[in-house]
Design a protein around this ligand. Structure first.
Ligand code: NAP
Length: 265
């Protein structure tokens, strides 16, 4: 991986998150990473890290083997059209993190036989804690390994069927926003019952991290752990039931499904 060169074409929110995670881990030297966007001056603050920056997408992919496309769906066709004549089937791979654009569509546009992957990371990549779902279309195991190794640097990875990529976008990428809103509500509640905002945030952040870690390490269903906290007739179950009477689980599920219905498929 250390010798692999990576380009991030369209370095906006998710591109920056990936870049920050890669720079933090240092598995790939900064000089092996090239990032692009049209308004390149917006990335000037990155110059101190030694990353290559350009608004020339063609120049950016010339020397790189892993080409991450991180533009919005409405920009991807023109970016691929621009790049297609300059791709090398021998030693390059395209990894699209763009939502809703299929591998087949990317292959049709590029028409080069360059291996194409889709990946769906989330913004926690910036702190090495993304979950990245990856899909492919019968790719060589060696290529898949390269792509997994890249995203393993910024968190955990799993390979899924392409027809689940939109679900992965909602659950993993949008999911961060749902969890953050939940955390915000917990903090607001914490302030109402007496904590200052900073202390409430510290307690809630660690509680959420602890809850996730419990499930990750013990591999149990959430309700198994909840049963340990809910004393019969106690305050936890009263609070939980009040939340459910007000549609807590239902509103989360409905929101998630509304996001899924909205995503272009
Ligand atoms: N944000 C997330 O949490 C997240 C997570 C997973 C996947 N995604 C997916 O990733 C894609 C990008 O999302 P985002 O939130 O990162 O959007 P974003 O912040 O708008 O980033 C896209 C970037 O692409 C650049 N760009 C547009 N046209 C370009 C071109 N022709 N050449 C080079 N760069 C170009 C834009 O900068 P200029 O205008 O300066 O060119 C912009 O910085 C979307 O498809 C989204 O679904 C996002």
């Amino acid at each position: 991986m250390i010798n692999q060169k990576v380009s991030i074409i369209g370095c906006g929110n998710i591109g920056i998150s990936l870049l920050q995670g890669l720079l933090k881990e240092k598995t790939i030297p900064a000089q092996n990473i090239t990032v692009t966007r049209r308004n390149i001056q917006e990335l000037a603050y990155l110059s101190e890290y030694g990353v290559n920056m350009t608004s020339d997408n063609i120049a950016a992919v010339k020397e790189t083997s892993l080409i991450i496309i991180a533009v919005k769906p409405y920009n991807i066709v023109s970016v691929l059209e621009e790049l297609k004549e300059h791709l090398n089937v021998e030693n390059q791979m395209i990894i699209s993190v763009t939502a809703g654009i299929t591998i087949r569509k990317i292959q049709e546009i590029t028409g080069t036989g360059v291996p194409v992957f889709r990946a769906m990371p989330n913004i926690a990549a910036s702190v090495g804690k993304s979950v990245t779902c990856i899909s492919h279309n019968g790719a060589e195991p060696l290529y898949l390994e390269s792509v997994r190794s890249l995203f393993d640097i910024v968190g955990t990875t799993m390979v899924i069927d392409e027809d689940l990529m939109e679900s992965a976008t909602i659950l993993g990428a949008c999911g961060i926003a749902y969890v953050l809103r939940f955390i915000r509500a917990m903090i607001q509640g914490g302030i109402q019952i007496g904590f200052d905002a900073a202390t409430a945030s510290a307690v809630v952040n660690q509680t959420v991290k602890g809850a996730a870690e419990l499930l990750i390490q013990n591999g149990q269903h959430p309700e198994f752990e909840i049963d340990k906290v809910t004393t019969p007739k106690g305050c936890t179950i009263v609070g939980l039931n009040e939340m459910e009477h007000n549609g807590f689980s239902s509103s989360l599920i409905k929101g998630l499904v509304a996001s899924f219905d909205k995503i272009e498929k």
